[in-house]
Write a protein that binds this ligand. Structure first.
Ligand SMILES: O=C(O)[C@H](O)[C@@H](O)[C@H](O)[C@H](O)COP(=O)(O)O
Length: 246
């Protein structure tokens, strides 16, 4: 497994700014190969702030927004027009960009004609074995990533896309990629801010078990990047941060 790179920024805003800049730069690099980047997006405040920044600055960048595949790491199983939908938040932030919607793959919403199991199955079929270039992840204060929660059936489930019931964080019904898919991505990028994440960040970066701390089990094949603010990094061992590498 490649060592995690740990980068600490001065504030949550700086993490969002860095995430947006890094994403745009990496998208451009992949397009120049030339290839269509396939990216799994996350929900969460910082990622959404980064998407807003991309929505504002992206048009003047050299990124070809019509040649990007967008997927989601997890989704709340609520109606498509519910503001809680990760996809709705991201796509509203990115609405200024000329995305090719045939390459945009939100997870099914409730009311789309599928029950929760059917929604997970349909997304698994749609995703197939798409080679994800980057999987973005937030992390909850409990160490959850996507909708894989500690000591919860979601963290034990087999499969590539799973239905999640009785989520400890509302809403209770969700769909989620599993670690099998997340860890097949070339790169996994975490964006984690706030003092309430400090303990989980320490555990995740110190070899905790993935059933107890799902974030500990997420890593990219080629790169695992942690973008944190000072508050979230406060409990990390100093050697980890100063060397910048685990
Ligand atoms: O589906 C969800 O409930 C969220 O997407 C959640 O998984 C989020 O990514 C983390 O809780 C981090 O969120 P913040 O970055 O806003 O703290």
């Amino acid at each position: 497994m490649v060592a995690a790179e740990v980068l600490v920024h001065s504030s949550a805003d700086a993490v969002a700014e860095a995430l947006a800049a890094r994403l745009m730069s990496r998208l451009l690099e992949i397009q120049r190969e030339p290839r269509i980047p396939e990216i799994a997006l996350t929900g969460g405040r910082i990622a959404t702030q980064a998407y807003q920044r991309m929505g504002q600055e992206g048009r003047s960048s050299a990124v070809d927004w019509s040649r990007i595949g967008l997927w989601w790491g997890d989704e709340r199983f609520v109606p498509a027009d519910d503001d809680d939908r990760n996809a709705r938040q991201a796509l509203s932030a990115l609405s200024t960009l000329p995305l090719d919607l045939t390459r945009v793959h939100p997870m099914p919403a409730s009311g789309d004609g599928l029950d929760l199991d059917g929604a997970a199955e349909a997304y698994e079929a749609e995703l197939g074995h798409t080679a994800l270039d980057i999987c973005l992840l937030g992390m909850g204060p409990d160490g959850h990533v996507a909708s894989l929660f500690p000591e919860h059936p979601s963290s034990y489930a087999d499969g590539r896309v799973i239905p999640v019931r009785a989520s400890p964080k509302p809403p209770p019904e969700r769909t989620s990629l599993t670690l099998e898919v997340i860890n097949s991505a070339a790169e996994v990028w975490f964006c984690v801010t706030g003092a309430d994440k400090a303990a989980a960040a320490r555990l995740a970066l110190s070899g905790a078990g993935p059933l107890q701390v799902p974030a500990a089990g997420a890593h990219g094949r080629e790169r695992t990047l942690w973008l944190l603010d000072r508050d979230a990094a406060a409990d990390l061992p100093p050697n980890l941060v100063s060397r910048g590498v685990l």
